[in-house]
Design a protein around this ligand. Sequence first.
Ligand SMILES: Nc1ncnc2c1ncn2[C@@H]1O[C@H](COP(=O)(O)OP(=O)(O)OP(=O)(O)O)[C@@H](O)[C@H]1O
Ligand SMILES: [Mg+2]
Length: 303
Amino acid sequence: MSIIVSCINHKGGVGKTTVCAHIGYALAVHHGLRVLLVDFDSQSNLTRFFYAADAVPLSLTDVFSGSCRVQDIILSPQPNLMLLPATLNLTNIEHSLTTESNYHALGDVLRPLTGTFDIALIDCPPSLMTMTLNAMSASTDVCIITTTDRLAIEGIGAIIQAVQQVQQTRNPYLALSSVVVSHFEQRKAVAREGLAIVERYFADGTVLAPTIPYSVAVQEAIWHTKTVFQHKHSSKAGDAFTDLTAAFVERYLPNVPIAFATIPAAKRPAKKTAASKKASGTAQKPKPTATKKRSQASRSVSA
Ligand SMILES: Nc1ncnc2c1ncn2[C@@H]1O[C@H](COP(=O)(O)OP(=O)(O)OP(=O)(O)O)[C@@H](O)[C@H]1O
Ligand SMILES: [Mg+2]
């Protein structure tokens, strides 16, 4: 069975679309997996992440309205990466999804694609209503994407309730199986405190590591219609998305080997040899264990 993950949070601007785009890209391009991205938000930000508005001839709205097949709208921004695009008029179909007979409408749309992807990521709108409920009905898993802001954290209870509602009424197989923390600012005590609260909120291991840092490189990349891997691979955010994708593979596709080596050599950060480090004076002394222990302790105190 293919894994279908709804990426959700009713809080806007927490990084849902950016995380979907980067993990989807890395799963496909770096890990060689067959990835389906589903833009289920009328803002169509995931579609616009990869394409200009005039480059999208058909969208999910056309499939829901019955004027074409889902296979006809597939775009492929990269090899192995498929995208079901959205346009602003996706709002037109929203009201039709509120009736019980249409609770599984997105699942019905995706069914013909069964077997063509290893994992699908559904980018949901900032809402826990019709579209997100429909996405969760079609999914095997839920990934909550959040920041460590107080208001984002206070919204987590409502998200868990919405997941439970879907489990009880529409999709008993749905699992709330991961949480991704984005926009993280390690240097700020308030952010570290927020992260500790998020980690306490969930069972061990639900919160995936690493967090995604708040990063200007990510914002620049989005301006250039690129992922941060393509824009500035050797960046903290690039590293974080690479490691987060590996964690995603381990969580959802554990039998697939982590093919880190498939990152093209040109895009890999240059490795410094011991000799070159010595020459440039940047050779690191081994860190004393006490320092490591202290930094861990101070983290748990501040959290
Ligand atoms: N790691 C990051 N560092 C800095 N800025 C980021 C990061 N990730 C996303 N952003 C910026 O934050 C904004 C919101 O990101 P994004 O659109 O991914 O959030 P969202 O949760 O999908 O929003 P919405 O709820 O409106 O769909 C965007 O302008 C994006 O450029
Ligand atoms: Mg979004």
